[in-house]
Design a binder for this molecule. Sequence first.
Ligand code: SF4
Length: 349
Amino acid sequence: MRSEDSNFISEITKKKAELIHHGKIFVPDSIKLPYPLSSSTAGPGAGKKALALSFGGTRLKLGVTKEKDSKFSLRKNGEEYQILKSGTVFVDGVKIIPTLLHAPNQAFVNLQDSCIYNCEFCATPMLESQKEKDPDQIVRMILKAAEDGDFQSVAITSGIVESPKETFDDILEVVRKVKKNLGDVEVGVEPYVMKPEDIERLHDAGATEIKINIETFDKNIFDKLCPELDYDHILKMLEHAVKVFGRGKVTTNIIIGLGESDENVLEGLEHFAEMGVVAVIRVLRINDYNHARIVKALGHEIQNVLPQRMIRLAQEQKRILENHNLSTGTFKTMCHACGCCDIVPFWDV
Ligand code: SF4
C-alpha cells in the first residue's frame, strides 16, 4: 500500500476517503460479527459503536448504523466480507479486525469518560455513562490486553474530571505501573499538561510518545470552540515535548471541517514539522452530540469534509514531513500507528 510515487493515489485510498466522508455502514443482523464492536468514549467520535475493517493494506473504522437504506452496507462473502455501495460491490476482500482495547494491536484506554472542559466538537462531556475509573482498574485492563497475541503497544488518554492535576497524576500512575509490569513496551500518552515539568515526569515514568492536542491551527476557530483552553500554552507545551521525547515522537490533532482554510492547515503542518511534531489531520465527525454546539459556536453551518480534500492535505503533509525528515512511521502508538480514522501519509498516500 505504501507508494513511492507521491502523486499516485490508489483506488483503495480513494475508497477509504469516501468511506471516512460517509462515516457509517449498515451491518445486517444476519452477519454474526467475529469480534465485539469498538466503542469510543473520547474525542469527536465518542459515544458511537464502530467496526474496524481492513482491506487492500489499509485499515478503517466506521460507525455502525441501523439504517437499512444507508449508502454503504456490509455483506459476508465466504470467509471475508464486501462493502456494498448502494447495493453493488464497492470494496472486495474486506476483513473485520479485532480492536484490542479501542484500536487494533493497542491497549488504548480512556481513564475518564467525562470532562470539565467543553470543547464544542467533543462528545465526551455529553455522554451519559460517566463512570469513575480508578488507575488500578485501568492497569489491570491493560495487563489483561497485553496477554493477547495481537498486543503491540499501550496508549492512554483521559477526559478531565475533577482537575487537570488529579487526572495528570492518574495518567502518570498508570504509566509507571504499566512500565513496571511490561518493561520496554511502547506507551503513548495524550494528557492535558499544565507545565513543562509534567512532560518530563511522563517521559521519566516511561512514556515513549506524546500527543498534546491543538485541535485547530486557526486561533480564531480555537477560541470559539475551546474557550477554556489556551492556544499559546498548547504550542509551548508541544515545543517542549519535542525537547523531551524527540522529533517524530510528538503529535497533535488538527481537526479539519470547522471552516478553516487549506492554507491555515498547511501553515500548521509546516509549523509543527519545523518543530519536529507530526500532526494527525483528523476529519471532524459531525454527530447528534456536537452538531448544534459547533454551529452555534462558529456562527455558521458545517459540512462533511470531501474525500478529495482529505487526500490532498495528506499528500501535502507527506511532502512537508519528507522535507523535515519526519514520518508517521516513527510512531508505535495512538493514531499514526492505528491508521483507522485518517488518510495517513506514508501509509495511504
Ligand atoms: S485512528 Fe486514533 S481515534 Fe481512530 S481508532 Fe485508531 S487510535 Fe482510535
